[in-house]
Design a protein around this ligand. Structure first.
Ligand code: ZN
Length: 168
């Protein structure tokens, strides 16, 4: 006996193969490692993808196109800062596109990329690297099961090999 779900709905644990393409290039694929698992409806994956998964069945495949607003957001013009070249360690090569971690005066660490360099002014882009991008997800549903009440309460999956101790 089982009440295993046959379609994706809230509180179902989804095991999903996916390939993410941006501008026609593969950026990331579960096929290189293992499928992802998450509880549907809890915002563990980008909203535009989660929304499109409702109702899918095991082994169903779909190409989902996610606009920036439902992916990693639009590019925020306020998320650029100008930093003087002298603020960087000498060994950092300051070229457009180079990813960096920057620390603010109160200790927060940000991922950034060099947007441009003009004279002594280095302009950093603090937007998510996929901000402003349309995301193409090629997905296949591998398996579905009902999340346990405990998993729903914790907001994450308990797998039997790697239980995390507070519950199992
Ligand atoms: Zn837990």
């Amino acid at each position: 006996m089982s009440d295993q779900p046959d379609t994706i709905r809230d509180e179902v644990v989804v095991t999903l193969e996916y390939t993410l393409l941006v501008d026609g290039e593969v950026l990331d694929s579960s096929r290189d490692s293992e499928p992802i698992q998450f509880i549907q409806g809890q915002g563990h994956i980008v909203p535009g993808l989660e929304k499109e998964l409702y109702g899918m069945t095991v082994r169903e495949t779909r190409m989902v196109v996610v606009p920036p607003a439902e992916g990693y957001g639009e590019i925020d013009p306020d998320s650029f800062v100008i930093v003087n070249r002298s603020e960087f360690p000498a060994e950092v090569s300051l070229e457009t596109g180079i990813p960096l971690q920057v620390q603010s005066s109160d200790g927060d660490v940000f991922e950034a990329r060099i947007a441009s360099v003009e004279g002594d002014e280095v302009r950093l882009d603090l937007n998510h690297e996929l901000a402003g991008k349309e995301l193409h997800f090629d997905v296949e549903v591998v398996s579905l099961r009902q999340a346990t009440p405990e998993e729903i309460a914790h907001g994450h999956i308990h797998d039997h090999q790697h239980g995390h101790g507070d519950s199992e």
